[in-house]
Structure formats: structure tokens, C-alpha cells
Ligand binder design. Structure first.
Ligand code: TYM
Length: 333
């Protein structure tokens, strides 16, 4: 809460091409807060370097992520859209919060365990303290709600623990944030291995539908999606592939599982996959068109980055200064 206004904050890493998991689990929900909340949506480039990045790719994806925010309906006049490294208070509060976060609690983070296996040659300290920087992102803006996919819920929970611990020592410093996980779309699974989360870093591009895939590619990927030997479209245990396709279709059409089961009764998987592909391509077409328009105007994107950083810095400075005072850091005007 900032000046009696509730705050929504979220972030996306520019670490790969964004997927329909990012879109359905997070991005498309961000704009629902624009009217009633003060909203901050950040491109978290500092988080992205916890795994090695090619500099030119990181730079391009940072622009692309900002353009996608706007293409997903986030008007920069109503939402503060900015890049994490442009607001140095994130890293500074991150350091302070490191001193209020326990080794044991970071060791329990499932994303750290997964990424340590995947990047066994680069288990750096940043990968380990990743959730602390994320807590700094959220707490700097006195955030009330954090719209995220289910995989980030644990990180918002540790952020709450850190903020509660800090507030016990230094009362009324931070607002305690709530994770908000959408009912449908909270965890979109891989099309090739439907027990695994769809991830932008998956090496098998057929397992992942990217927001910017063209219609033919989307249709082909859904056609190849792994299902089961049954042929009835129904949501049930053990039918991970079909359950995932039903969730995706439900997200894009707003239909319930019962409605979907009725719609495809007697039709088999081929017709169902075709319909999922069409619904996905139809929904993404206007986003892609807007994205292309925004990407063609780099000067406008840079202007937005600058404006967003200035807006965010104002809020970030206030919280950081409050924290520094409480800790006993000396300050002068
Ligand atoms: P990232 O970049 O991995 O993902 C961005 C958002 O997309 C959601 N998401 C999914 N939702 C449903 N199904 C999927 N398959 C799927 N894959 C990704 C994520 O849950 C996330 O909401 N640590 C964060 C970025 C971050 C952040 C923050 C988020 C940094 N600071 C502060 C919120 C608040 C991350 O890596 O997201």
C-alpha cells in the first residue's frame, strides 16, 4: 500500500522467448489491476544473469519483453513499466535483505534445486540468493498483490517470511504481499512431456508454444502434442496431456471443462487438437500485431523505459530510505 493505494507488482525474466505459460499464468492477468491498483511491471534483467546470457540476446529480449507487456494491454500511462537494472534500489535492498534471510530457508527453494541440476557447472551465489532479489523487487513498492504462475508462489512466500521477520525487528516497514495465482493457467505443461512445466528454456522447441509463434507453427505444435491411447476428451487423472490441452483451451475460450467435454464428445483427439491450436492462434494474433508495431519504434520503447524507471525510482527511493534509517545507516541531504 502506497499513499492509500493498493499496489500490484510482478516481473518477467528476459531470459528466453516468452511462452503461452508466461502469457496465461502471468502476463495476461497483469492488466486486470490497472484500474484500481498502482501497478508496477518489471523486466527483471538482473535475475536473468543468474544463468549465462549472450549479451546481444539479453538486450534484444529486454526490449521485446517491454513491447510484449504493452502488447498484452498494459498502457504505460496507467502502469509503471520498467527494467530492473535501471532502478539501482533493487540491488541495494537485495543486499540488505540478504542479511535477513537464512541459508536454510534458501536451501529449500525448489527452483534453486532444479536449476542447480540443470546448470551444474554454474551454481553461483546469485542463483542461490535469487529469491532475495525477488523479495526486494516486491517489497520496494509496498506491494499488496503479486500475480504469478504457481511455480513462483514459493518465492512470494519466502518474501512474506523475510518481510515479517524484518517488520518484527523494525515495525511497520513493509507491506506483506499476497501471491495471486489464476485458477486456470497457473501451470501450463510441456506439450512433449506433460508432467513437466512449459518453460522458455526448454531445448525442445516443439514442447513449447511461444507467444510469437506464427499460426502454422502453433497448429503443428498442438497437432504433435503428446496425449494418451484413449480417445475421449475428458479431464481425468493419468491423462496429463489431455488435461493440459483442456486447460489451455479453457484459458483461451473461457469454457468450463464440462463444456469442453460436451463439445468434443465423439469427435476424438484430432479435432480437439485442431480447435486448441485455432483458439490459441486467434487469441495471440492481436498481441503479435501490437508487438510488431511497438518493436518497430525503438525510440518509443526507450522513452517508455526512461519514464518507467523515473516513476519506479521515486517509490523505490522512499522505501529504501525508510529501511536505511531504521537500520541506523547515516544519511545527509
Ligand atoms: P519467469 O520469467 O520464469 O516467468 C514469468 C511469469 O510466468 C509464469 N509462468 C508460468 N505460468 C503458468 N504456466 C507456466 N508454464 C509458466 N511458466 C512461467 C511465472 O510463474 C511468472 O509469474 N522469478 C520470476 C520473475 C520475478 C518476479 C519478481 C515475479 C522476479 N522478480 C517479483 C513476481 C514478482 C520468474 O523467473 O518468472
Amino acid at each position: 500500500m502506497f499513499n492509500d493505494q493498493k499496489v500490484s507488482f510482478s516481473g518477467v525474466q528476459p531470459s528466453g522467448n516468452l511462452t503461452i505459460g508466461n502469457y496465461l499464468g502471468a502476463l495476461r492477468n497483469f492488466s486486470t489491476y490497472s484500474e484500481k491498483y498502482k501497478t508496477f511491471y518489471c523486466v527483471v534483467d538482473e535475475h536473468a544473469i543468474t544463468v549465462r546470457q549472450v549479451p546481444a540476446d539479453l538486450r534484444r529480449r529486454t526490449y521485446e519483453t517491454l513491447a510484449l507487456y504493452m502488447a498484452c494491454g498494459l498502457d504505460p500511462a496507467k502502469n509503471t513499466l520498467y527494467v530492473q537494472s535501471h532502478v539501482h534500489e533493487h540491488a541495494e535492498l537485495g543486499w540488505i535483505l540478504n542479511c535477513f534471510t537464512m541459508f536454510g530457508e534458501l536451501s529449500r527453494m525448489t527452483q534453486f534445486k532444479d536449476k542447480s541440476v540443470k546448470h551444474a557447472d554454474n551454481i553461483n551465489a546469485g542463483l542461490f540468493t535469487y529469491p532475495v532479489l525477488m523479495a526486494a523487487d516486491i517489497l520496494l513498492y509496498q506491494t499488496d498483490v503479486v500475480p504469478v504462475g504457481v511455480d513462483q508462489k514459493q518465492h512470494v512466500e519466502i518474501c512474506r517470511d523475510i518481510a515479517t521477520r524484518f517488520n518484527q525487528l523494525y515495525p511497520d516497514t513493509f507491506t506483506i504481499p499476497e501471491p495471486v495465482v489464476a485458477k486456470t493457467g497457473m501451470k501450463i505443461m510441456s506439450l512433449a512431456e506433460p508432467t513437466k512445466k512449459m518453460s522458455k528454456s526448454d531445448e525442445n522447441s516443439n514442447a513449447v508454444v511461444y507467444i510469437l509463434d506464427d499460426r502454422d507453427t502453433i497448429m503443428r505444435k498442438f497437432k504433435r502434442a503428446v496425449t494418451d491411447s484413449d480417445s475421449v476428451v475428458r479431464y481425468a487423472e493419468g491423462k496429463d496431456g489431455i488435461n493440459n490441452l483442456m486447460s489451455i483451451y479453457a484459458c483461451f475460450t473461457g469454457k468450463t471443462f464440462e463444456e469442453i467435454e460436451r463439445e468434443f464428445s465423439g469427435l476424438g483427439y484430432g479435432a480437439f487438437k485442431e480447435a486448441v491450436g485455432q483458439a490459441c492462434a486467434d487469441a495471440l494474433a492481436p498481441v503479435q500485431e501490437q508487438f510488431r508495431t511497438f518493436m518497430a519504434d525503438k525510440a518509443m520503447l526507450e522513452e517508455q523505459m526512461k519514464k518507467g524507471a523515473e516513476e519506479a525510482s521515486w517509490y523505490a527511493r522512499r522505501t529504501l530510505s525508510k529501511v536505511q534509517k531504521r537500520l541506523g545507516f547515516t544519511q545527509f541531504r
